[in-house]
Design a protein around this ligand. Structure first.
Ligand code: IPM
Ligand code: MN
Length: 366
């Protein structure tokens, strides 16, 4: 959490980098900024937006991705607000590695925080499940595992070729992630249950280390109940009994997979938000849905995921009241939407942004 800088008028001011990106990214970020501005106004602080053009479109124009100088500029900000990076004309892998993973790694955003919460009136594919059943958070390790980029080819392109992709699990990396998850479980103060999701029966080195670290750190949190579930079983329980989960901690690859499952049970990409968090550095918040090129410029995409990511950003800055305003406003709107899907909301992108901003301004703490 970063300390606010104080201007001469005593008003708290935060510099926030904005990476609007490609496709519908700019449209959803614009609505998010509108809502965050309303929250800042109501709670008496200022957001100083700082646009950065890292996108597929720029890459196609200039061949540039994210430079060391760009990283230094981002380090001077309080947080990063990301729309979506992805372009149909850029081959897969380039933007993922050159922008998203580059930022996560260079800024050491070692936690990927993914709340899975079903809001009122939102349709879930899970039969008989309501908001009281779906409210948990996935803490995904975000800088190691299979994403570390360790591996290589032998005899590439020949009939005898071999490809290796190694999962990297350092004690320090695992421990800081597990510790974050325990702290979060305690701070949430809900069911106070932390589930380690792994595959200890097969990944007998990597997840042996995870398991030992998990059990060691658990001793410092006697108030937190611990649990374990294999990743395959976790998928099953997320569908059958999502109410069993409070906080789940897992490695990078498993976290990537189970959070898409999480997104769909909370209503889909229209609402799913996430944070790439470095508790000691600069964190980045994003809707997890991607650039949705076919909806670009049509004013039909759902901006709620970006708005929720903005709420997480405010929470991260320590502006808890502003964050609560955003969440309450979203929860006031969701029962009025016909659907969360693009083009089927019953409202346009900008209308959703306008309504949430209005509810943010109107909200009274009870
Ligand atoms: C996510 C995405 C990324 C990931 C891709 C785009 C590299 O799927 O944020 O979950 O795999 O982490
Ligand atoms: Mn993913």
């Amino acid at each position: 959490m970063s300390a606010p800088s104080h201007s001469t008028t005593q008003q708290r001011t935060y510099r926030v980098a904005v990476i609007a990106g490609d496709g519908t990214g700019p449209e959803v970020v614009r609505e998010g900024q509108k809502v965050l501005e309303a929250a800042a106004k109501a709670e008496g602080f200022t957001l100083a937006w700082e646009p950065h053009d890292f996108s597929g479109a720029r890459y196609l124009r200039t061949n540039e991705l994210v430079s060391d100088k760009d990283i230094e500029a981002l380090r001077a900000t309080a947080a990063i607000y990301l729309g979506a990076v992805g372009h149909p004309d850029v081959p897969p892998g380039i933007l993922e590695h050159g922008v998203l993973l580059r930022l996560r790694f260079a800024l050491d955003q070692y936690i990927n925080l993914r709340p899975v919460k079903l809001y009122p009136g939102v349709w879930t594919p899970l039969k008989d499940k309501t908001p009281e059943h779906i409210d948990f958070v996935v803490v995904r390790e975000n800088t190691e595992g299979l994403y570390a980029g360790v591996g290589g080819f032998l005899r590439k392109g020949t009939p005898d070729e071999v490809a290796l992709q190694t999962s990297v699990n350092s004690r320090k990396g695992v421990e800081r992630c597990v510790r974050y998850a325990f702290e979060l479980t305690r701070a949430r103060n809900k069911r106070k249950k932390l589930t380690f999701c792994g595959k200890t029966n097969v990944l007998t080195y990597a997840h042996d280390l995870w398991q030992r670290v998990f059990q060691e750190v658990a001793k410092e949190y006697p108030d937190v109940q611990t649990d374990y579930a294999h990743v395959d079983a976790t998928c099953m329980w997320m569908v059958k009994n999502p109410e069993w989960f409070d906080v789940i901690v897992t490695d990078n690859m498993f976290g990537d997979i189970i959070t898409d499952l999480g997104a769909i049970i909370q209503g889909g990409m229209g609402i799913a938000a996430g944070g790439n968090v470095n508790p000691q550095g600069v964190s980045m918040f994003e809707p997890i849905g991607g650039s949705a090129p076919k909806y670009t410029g049509k004013n039909v995409i759902n901006p709620l995921a970006a708005i929720c990511a903005g709420g997480m950003l405010l929470e991260h800055l320590g502006e808890r009241h502003a964050a609560a305003r955003v969440e309450q406003a979203v929860m006031r709107l969701t029962p009025q939407l016909k659907s969360l899907a693009a083009g089927q909301m019953g409202y346009s992108t900008t209308e959703v942004g306008d309504l949430v901003a209005r509810y943010v301004a109107e909200w009274k703490a009870t």
